[in-house]
Design a protein around this ligand. Sequence first.
Ligand code: PEP
Length: 262
Amino acid sequence: HHPDRSTVWVGPAGHQVPIGPDTFTFIAGPCAVETASQTLEAAEMAKAAGASLLRGGAFKPRTSPYAFQGLGVKGLEILADVRETTGLPIVTEVVDARDVTVVAEHADMLQIGTRNMANFGLLQAAGESGKPVLLKRGMTATIEEWLMAAEYVAQRGNLDVVLCERGIRTFEPSTRNTLDISAVPVVQSISHLPIIVDPSHAGGRKDLVVPLSRAAIGVGADGVIVDVHPNPENALCDGPQALLGTELRELASAVRIMPPAL
Ligand code: PEP
C-alpha cells in the first residue's frame, strides 16, 4: 500500500525534523540523562556537531536491576528544559506501557528499545500516543519479526514509525553486538518505513562509531543515532561507547554531516 518510501516528521509544528529518504538525520545525545548540566552539555555538543534531534534516556532498561535505572519523570523534565534552551526536539525511551502518556507529554518521539521490541502492549500504547516512534530491532529478532512489531504500532493508527538497526546478538564477542548492516537495504526493499542505524549500541566501543556510521551511509540508511557525553569515564551508562564533543564533530565531518553555520 506504500509504493514510495515514507518520511517521518519529528518535533513541534514549524520546527519539524524529517527522517526519510530525502535527507540524512543525525541524532545525538547522552545514553542516559544523569543531571541537568550533563544533559545540557551533551545537547550543546550534539547541536554544535550538527545533530537535529537530541536523544537521552530517562527510563533506562538495564540488564542488571542494580545498574542505574534512569531519573524517570525528573529526567523527562530535564530533557524538556534542554529542548527549550537548544531547540532540539527530544527522542527518549519508554519501557513500560503505563509510562507512555507521561513520556509522550514531554518527548517529541518515543523510542522503544531492543529489549521491548516484542512488548506488544507497549507497542500498542505507543501506537495510540500520537507521537512518532523509533523502534529498535530486538537483539535476537528477525527482520520479519521487527516489521511485525512495527505493525503493532501502525495497527493503532500510528504510521509514523522509524526503524533502527542497533546490532544483533551473534557468537562474536569482540563487539557488544554485530551490526547487521544488510538489514538496511533488506528493510528498504520490503518496507516504506525510514531506517536509521545506532553505531554506538551496536559496537559498544567508541572507536567503531565512525566506521559503522560510514557503513550506515554507504548502505543507504536514513540517519544515525549516536551517544555523546561530556565526561564518558564517569558516565552512569555505556561510557565506553560515548564520544566527546570534539569526537562527535570529527564524526560529523568524517561522514559529511555538516554542522549548521554557527
Ligand atoms: C538506548 O538507545 O539507550 C538503548 C538502551 O538502546 P538499545 O535498546 O538498542 O540497547
